[in-house]
Ligand binder design. Structure first.
Ligand SMILES: [Zn+2]
Length: 496
């Protein structure tokens, strides 16, 4: 029998699909073929594998060698399959016992010397290997990142020789143990108690945190919009292990190293307004996740919202509704999670000082500035507030982040118990079931809808925000005061 099977995984999506590397040796003229939609980098691995095997003093079989990377329709990239291909040849030619390889998955790029180089996008593979109940063999430098997947057995290896010595029982490699996987609580650099005054904005931020609602803050420069936004992660509940793992997998797919010391910290992403739509929502070939996915389960802060290109902003509409983004490029189709909380900020006019003597923006200029953000996008933002400069005489410190966070966590727990999601993500059926109004309050809301010409989407958003306000007040039902406050945060009330 000269057929061997070795497992590895593709690295292009969060799910990291299984790739089976079949190696077949047959008599005939010596040839070395790799089939299965292998790209240039995989074809180049032939040369690396041949040199590495010979440099490590293994026998390179003088036979007809066929390597099949299955399934064929999955795109495959990079040198990550080198190690698996080399082991396939060694197993098919009887230089190592092929029965020992079935419980493992392998990844690593070979140097010509037989040394192993780290791969990128390692974490999605680690998670998938763990779920498949196998152990992972990866280059040493990949081990810390892979170890974020708790419970996974990892063999860190430095060369083809050390892998073979392990499987021949000559020198056993101990499983990797990460010394710093449980970091102390991350130091919180910014606290809400630093923000003086701004009672309305602080209250809005707390509601947004409690229900995961999107928020647009409008106000002159220096009023504290960025200061408030950057304090949002500090009042959010801690990231659950599964959510943190999913975020870490996305970070790894973006080609970034996942730091075991900070991987449980909620992300705060603040891309510049020059960002392209590929940078913001993802793209490229093979597709990489963008800022909205790097902000998954965290905060996406867009400062100076009207300065972003309109096309870039419009690309946010679909993921804001669905919580994920699908990118199709030729053979590649990738879906990345993108359940981000959008916090946006803008000036009231191009110069920023509308209403003061310093402002000399004309009405048309102001209108043009506001028109840069489309109605449908504004409609998708749950809460809108206008901020004015703080009262400089009022130096009373506000509540600390810890105090606010306690209330936010209590409100989130109510939402989880009720429907297993945050209020911002309640679907229509859940809204009907959990945001029912007493008849008198229903009449009040109908009047408001007529008066302010709220769209059906805006109507649902008002109910979701009202549900969060009721949760913060520990009220089972939505009362008129909760609804009135939710309506206060709609932009159609003529405050913009
Ligand atoms: Zn102005």
């Amino acid at each position: 029998m000269s057929l061997a099977i070795v497992y590895s995984r593709a690295g292009s999506t969060v799910r990291a699909p299984l790739i089976t590397i079949e190696t077949h040796l047959s008599p005939g003229l010596p040839r070395f073929n790799i089939v299965g939609l292998a790209e240039t980098a995989v074809k180049e691995s032939k040369d690396r594998v041949r040199a590495a095997l010979m440099q490590s003093h293994f026998v390179f079989p003088v036979r007809r060698i066929t390597i099949n990377l299955a399934p064929a329709e999955l795109p495959k990239e990079g040198g990550r399959f080198d190690l698996a291909i080399a082991l396939g040849i060694l197993a098919a030619s009887g230089q190592i016992d092929k029965n020992l390889l079935a419980d493992y998955e392998f990844a690593g790029e070979l140097a010509l010397s037989g040394a192993l180089r780290p791969i990128n996008k390692c974490l999605p593979m680690a998670i998938a290997t763990y779920r498949a109940n196998r152990s992972l063999v990866v280059p040493q430098d990949n081990a810390p990142e892979a170890s974020i997947c708790r419970g996974l057995s990892i063999l860190p290896v430095d060369s083809l020789l050390s892998v073979c010595a392990h499987f021949r029982g000559e020198k056993i490699i101990p499983a990797y143990v990460n010394p710093c996987l449980e970091p102390a609580n991350p130091a919180r650099t910014a606290d809400l108690s630093d923000v003086y005054g701004q009672a309305v904005a602080r209250r809005a931020l707390e509601i947004a945190a409690a229900g995961q609602h999107s928020l647009l803050m409008s106000g002159p420069p220096g009023v504290g919009k960025t200061m408030l936004a950057s304090r949002l992660p500090g009042i959010l509940p801690p990231l659950a292990e599964d959510d943190a793992l999913e975020l870490a997998a996305v970070t790894s797919l973006a080609g970034r190293t996942v730091d075991p010391a900070t991987w449980k910290v909620r992300p705060f992403r603040a891309p510049h307004h020059c960002a392209s739509s590929v940078a913001l929502v993802g793209g490229g070939r093979p597709p990489k996740p963008g800022e909205i996915s790097l902000a998954h389960n965290g905060v996406l802060f867009l400062d100076e919202l009207p300065e972003f290109s309109r096309q870039v902003l419009e690309s946010l509409r679909e993921p804001m509704e669905s919580g994920c983004i699908t990118i199709s490029r030729a053979a590649y189709q990738s879906e990345f999670p993108a359940q981000f909380q959008l916090i946006a900020a803008m000036n009231p006019c191009p110069c920023g000082y509308l209403g003061s003597e310093r402002c000399n923006c004309g009405p048309q200029q102001i209108e043009r500035y506001h028109r840069k953000i489309s109605g449908p996008l504004l409609d998708r933002i749950d809460m809108h507030i206008t901020m004015s400069p703080p009262d400089l005489d009022n130096k009373q410190a506000g509540e600390s982040s810890d105090t606010v966070r306690t209330r936010v966590i209590a409100a989130r727990e109510k939402q989880q118990t009720r429907c297993g999601t945050t209020n911002a993500h309640l679907n229509t059926q859940a809204i009907e079931a959990h945001c029912a109004l007493a008849p008198s309050i229903e009449t009040y809301l109908k009047k408001a809808i007529e008066q302010y010409q709220l769209s059906a989407r805006a109507y649902h958003r008002v109910l979701r925000v009202a549900r969060t306000i009721a949760d913060l007040a520990d009220s089972e039902t939505i009362e008129q005061t909760h609804l009135a406050e939710a309506l206060f945060y709609r932009p159609t009330l003529g405050r913009r």
